[in-house]
Design a protein around this ligand. Structure first.
Ligand SMILES: [Zn+2]
Length: 103
């Protein structure tokens, strides 16, 4: 059971060259290959499932785009990066509310 909320964000690279993806505030970088779609998932640690957004409250993500770099700001307590088949690529889940108190 998840106490807070879950937010999912699909990021697609529709270009012909790989894009850099940076996941903040962890400064975690990955490549999004041409025609690849990645899924960023985060969980809120707030019991009511709210998000402490950076610019406005209650927004789980903010995306900044530059020509060769996409930066995703995650306002939850963790992030999970998957491909569209659900295979894990990376995560910063040591404070993940959906994974209980596992260290
Ligand atoms: Zn999580």
């Amino acid at each position: 059971m998840v106490a807070g909320g879950t937010a999912r964000l699909l990021i697609s690279n529709g270009g012909e060259a790989a894009l850099e993806l940076m996941v903040e505030p962890w400064a975690d970088t990955h490549q999004i290959l041409a025609n690849q779609t990645l899924v960023v998932v985060t969980h809120s640690s707030a019991a009511d499932g709210s998000w402490s957004g950076t610019l406005r409250v209650d927004e789980p993500f903010q995306v900044d785009h530059r020509p060769e770099l996409v930066t995703v700001w995650v306002n939850g307590g963790c992030f999970h990066l998957n491909d569209v088949e659900g295979n894990a690529i990376d995560s910063a889940d040591w404070q993940c509310p959906a994974q209980g108190s596992a260290s």
